[in-house]
Design a protein around this ligand. Sequence first.
Ligand code: ADP
Ligand code: ADP
Ligand code: ZN
Length: 228
Amino acid sequence: MSGAETMTRPAVLILLGPPGAGKGTQARMLQDRFGLVQLSTGDLLRAAVAAGTEAGKTAKAVMTAGGLVSDDIVLAILKDRLEEPDVAQGVILDGFPRTNVQAEALDKLLAQNGQRVNAAISLEVDDTEMVTRIAGRYTCGNCGEGYHDTFKTPAIIGTCDKCGSTNMVRRADDKAETVGQRLAAYHAQTAPLITYYERQGNLQRIDAMGEIGQVATELSAIVEEAVA
Ligand code: ADP
Ligand code: ADP
Ligand code: ZN
């Protein structure tokens, strides 16, 4: 965990967990607190869809159906992002890796730069909670701050606490029809990564059923140790 190498290399942290577990919410807080850069493949893919790139066009149908975008597309997008200079401070991967192929590709990519995964932190919530969280989720369209109809409301309903924008957006795939598919994809393809990182000795588990602040406190303690 510790040692000279991790002190000089940028930290690489992974947040694992089903859709709605709170990965994005927690990653944004870790970004502010530890100066790490949140890297969400979901956000990168949504940007590609909005920009109408070839990858975005292919990804759109898969995302709408609640499946996983192909490893090739996701890895290409991730590699491009990792080449930007801001990530040198260290990254929190949110929503990546999601398959064994992605996890192995990440290990290889990091090894080429003399880096490695510092910790993979599994945010554990049950399926019912995940559905409730997704059903009430919305985001500030201007700054990306996340909210929830019940669990995280802005001080003035409809106005972002962070930037004052009134442009709140809901994701197209956060509908009841798609949630079942996303959950199935998580159990079939992503949950096995818990074992993958356990075998590497990098796994940390967090009970993510608690309140946002409570989860953040537990997570911060783990991150502090992992990046020390
Ligand atoms: P993920 O990135 O894992 O899909 P999000 O961070 O977007 O999840 O969280 C999903 C929804 O649940 C958001 O509306 C968020 O405000 C809310 N949320 C996040 N963490 C918690 C928590 N610990 N308790 C209650 N609601 C939460
Ligand atoms: P959540 O964690 O709330 O499900 P994300 O924003 O991480 O949402 O992902 C939204 C969608 O983008 C996923 O349902 C999937 O289609 C696609 N996606 C995101 N990250 C990956 C990934 N690493 N591999 C494959 N597909 C991905
Ligand atoms: Zn905002």
